[in-house]
Design a protein around this ligand. Structure first.
Ligand code: PLP
Length: 378
């Protein structure tokens, strides 16, 4: 089976993990600090604006607490979002308000968001679908004129930029994911960006038990003679990274530009060799002022139903495909009856086909041939 997503790991990662074993310190330590430092450099922000976390889901839940979002508040997000974005809002006591997206990019426009703003709107959570940056100029203008928080779920967009600024660094909080199916993978893990340092400082407590100070061993002044005493600032959880995860992350970060180059090649081949198929539309062109992470390559069938048949046709040829993200307004638990025309169309016609840096030329040939030969069955 050709996987739809797949990581690329090598001897560099193994060697890095071995070193952590030999150091006999597996927890959060110097390697995690180093990963935070190099990641913040990569994203073009200050080291103290970035905090490592256990996963992006946790970061979404933490965002609600850090921005004090709760009962009576509304948070707008595209219905085509990761499930945890909706759950984090709901769990905070706020109400998730689903907005529509552009039919082809699956990103919301400022108008889609604006249509849902009320006096209760406290924040917006966007994502950059498949690594393609959302229209940030318009979205930034909207959220600042309305004085609402922006949270960027940047799980798809580790290497994406909009006008040379990293996706994930536009809003009040941005979150990246390194889970097993992302581009830069550590098994589980993530990073959070904070626009202001005060929030970043608070986050450090929130992410580590709410503790005010570090471990007793690090206390040096005489006032702290009884090092087992402590106080907390907040009933915090424990959502930190460890040195094994960070060691993987550092090696993966080194390889990131190579990963992106490979994904761009795959993207361009799909573009070139599928463009004449009139039963399909391809992902929108990447604007000159944007860089994509090429996380998804999505095709859209012109007719509903064909998408489902195409997915099965490919699966029978050992090519796995999927659709991300099943719209939250259709998830029964959320109990929404909102009508979102573009989301409906996108959800019924979009298919994410294999996109990862381990695809061989043979794999790509087979995928292209199969999508082409499906046409004969229509
Ligand atoms: C993968 C993903 C997440 C969740 O990340 P985890 O690190 O697995 O919690 C969140 N949002 C989007 C858009 C994702 O693709």
């Amino acid at each position: 089976m050709i996987n739809v997503f797949q990581p690329q790991l090598g001897k560099e990662e193994l060697r890095a993990i071995k070193k952590v074993f030999e150091s006999n310190w597996l927890g959060k330590g110097k390697i995690t600090d180093q990963f935070e430092k190099e990641f913040s450099g990569y994203q073009g922000v200050n080291n103290n604006q970035i905090k490592s976390i256990s996963c992006c889901t946790e970061g979404l839940f933490q965002s609600m607490e850090l921005l004090e979002i709760g009962n009576g508040d509304e948070v707008i997000l595209p219905s085509i979002s990761f499930i945890a974005a909706g759950s984090a809002i709901l769990k905070s006591g706020a109400k998730p308000i689903f907005c529509d997206v552009n039919k082809y990019s699956l990103n919301p426009s400022a108008e889609h968001i604006a249509a849902k703003i009320t006096s209760r709107t406290k924040a917006v959570i966007i994502l950059h679908y498949g690594g393609l940056p959302a229209p940030m100029d318009d979205i930034m203008e909207l959220v600042s004129s309305k004085n609402i928080f922006l949270i960027e779920d940047s799980a798809c967009s580790v290497a994406s930029t909009y006008k040379n600024k990293a996706c994930g660094t536009f809003g009040d909080i941005g979150i990246w994911s390194f889970d097993a199916m992302k581009i830069l993978v550590t098994g589980d893990g993530g990073m959070m960006y904070f626009k202001d340092e005060e929030t970043a400082k608070r986050a450090e407590h929130f992410l580590y038990l709410g503790l005010m100070s570090k471990s007793g061993l690090e206390k040096t002044d005489s006032v702290d003679k009884k090092w087992w005493e402590y106080d907390i600032t907040y009933p915090g959880r424990r959502a930190i990274m460890n040195d094994i995860t960070a060691a993987l992350g550092l090696e993966q970060l080194n390889k990131l530009s190579m990963f992106i180059a490979k994904r761009r090649q795959v993207h361009n081949r799909y573009n070139e060799e599928l463009k004449d198929l009139d039963y399909l539309s391809l992902p929108p062109e990447i604007p000159d002022h944007c860089k994509s992470s090429y996380y998804f390559y999505w095709i859209q069938t012109k007719e509903h139903k064909q998408r489902d048949r195409l997915a099965i046709y490919l699966k029978n040829k050992d090519i796995y495909s999927t659709f991300r993200y099943y719209p939250l307004h259709r998830v029964k638990y959320f109990g929404s009856d909102v009508v979102l025309p573009n989301t409906e169309t996108a959800a019924d016609t979009t298919l994410c086909i294999p996109m990862h840096q381990s695809l061989t030329n043979e794999d790509i040939d087979k995928i292209i041939d199969s999508i082409r030969s499906f046409k004969k069955t229509i």
